[in-house]
Write a protein that binds this ligand. Structure first.
Ligand code: NDP
Length: 334
């Protein structure tokens, strides 16, 4: 991490690739820990919020200038002095530094991937990792689906939105999904979304008024889309506030115009951070979702780049909507 951005994070300026450091894989000290070879790191929208003045408090720690970025990742253990972790184990955790190799401690923080389903390991940072948990856990906690409900999902082709859309279809509900390109809209249709539209070429409010009123809104973007959802909401609708990516890059303060609908329509609005739901739903999630993915019951798109030098481009693409599915960096194959 090279410089705190003022707007969009620029590859080569906000972040730089630095190949100057090396590690001796045979002799580097483990001090009771283990040596990990990074296989996959995840690129997620919330990383922009970590590129801030470190004195500003938030739910997630900041990145520090001069230090590697870090995020969810998957790796394989090369050497270990920890009895809980063995060489050859595949692990998933938060806080993988964007490095090819690193020494870690505290095995409790690492989820051992059994992968009986033989999924690509990158799935464990996407639909079977944090974004999939975001969809699964918060749907369980806040959606309260009723027969006949109409569900609207924004950013519906991303790893969070597409999983939500498919969970809603499993409940037999009518799903409206918005996305930012015709290619993403085609994917939404392929996963059974009833009304898929490109919000850049169609008016969101018009679509919602035609196809709604909506009982559940899964909000990934905030801004004008949230305003439209409030306008088209049914009485007693549930709004699940997952993200507000339309304003992650300092586009300026956005004041939602029609919040009075919350009152007049008795809307229940639930914001959440998925970390708070891990303890309650993780076990059930790992028993359920990888199997559904393996059987093709939950489908996902992945946008993979190779090599850590591509991380800056991938971060910018996620912030500007150019990624086509879950953004991952494949650091090594094995
Ligand atoms: P994606 O991989 O789908 O990537 C982000 C997508 O956001 C882009 O591809 C783009 O899709 C859309 N986007 C970008 N800029 C804008 C914009 N200005 N206006 C509207 N949409 C935009 O993301 P995820 O599925 O990983 O995450 C979806 C949301 O969930 C994000 O808001 C994220 O912050 C949030 N989140 C929240 C968590 C929580 O704990 N509350 C945990 C994880 C994620 P398109 O082309 O369709 O516009």
């Amino acid at each position: 991490f090279n410089e705190i951005p003022t707007g969009y994070p620029i590859p080569g300026k906000t972040t730089v690739y630095d190949a100057s450091q090396t590690i001796d894989l045979e002799s580097t000290a483990l001090d009771g820990g283990f040596l990990i070879k990074t296989l996959v790191v995840s690129i997620d929208p919330y990383m922009r919020g970590k590129m801030r003045d470190p004195s500003i408090q938030s739910y997630t720690p900041p990145f520090f200038v001069g230090q590697p970025l870090d995020n969810y990742g998957v790796g394989v253990i090369l050497r270990s002095e920890d009895p809980l972790i063995k060489p050859g184990d595949h692990v998933y955790a938060f806080g993988f530094p964007f490095q090819q190799y690193f020494v870690a401690k505290d095995a409790k923080l690492f989820y051992k991937i059994q992968n009986e389903e033989k999924l690509p390991l990158s799935a464990y940072v996407g639909v079977c990792g944090m974004p999939g948990k975001t969809a699964y856990h918060a749907w369980k906690e806040y959606a309260h689906p009723q027969k006949g409900d109409v569900v609207f999902v924004s950013t519906a082709a991303g790893p969070v939105g597409a999983t939500v859309a498919q969970l809603a279809k499993f409940e037999g509900l009518k799903v409206i999904g918005s996305a930012g390109s015709d290619e993403k809209v085609a994917f939404l249709k392929s996963i059974g979304v009833d009304v898929a539209f490109n919000y850049k070429t169609e008016n969101t409010l018009e679509v919602l008024q035609r196809e709604g009123p909506i009982n559940i809104y899964w909000d990934n973007v905030g801004g004008e889309t949230l305003e439209a959802a409030l306008e088209a909401a049914a009485p007693h609708a549930r709004f699940i506030e997952c993200g507000m990516i339309s304003n992650y890059n300092n586009q300026g303060p956005y004041h939602i115009k029609n919040l009075m609908h919350l009152v007049s329509k008795s809307i229940q609005l639930s914001g959440f951070i998925v970390l708070d739901l891990f303890a309650k739903y993780d076990e059930e999630f790992y028993k359920t979702v990888p199997g559904m993915v393996a059987r093709g019951e939950i489908k996902y798109l992945e946008d993979a780049k190779r090599g850590l030098e591509a991380a800056g481009d991938a971060i910018l693409e996620v912030q500007s909507g150019k990624n086509k599915g879950k953004s991952v960096i494949i650091v090594a194959d094995e």
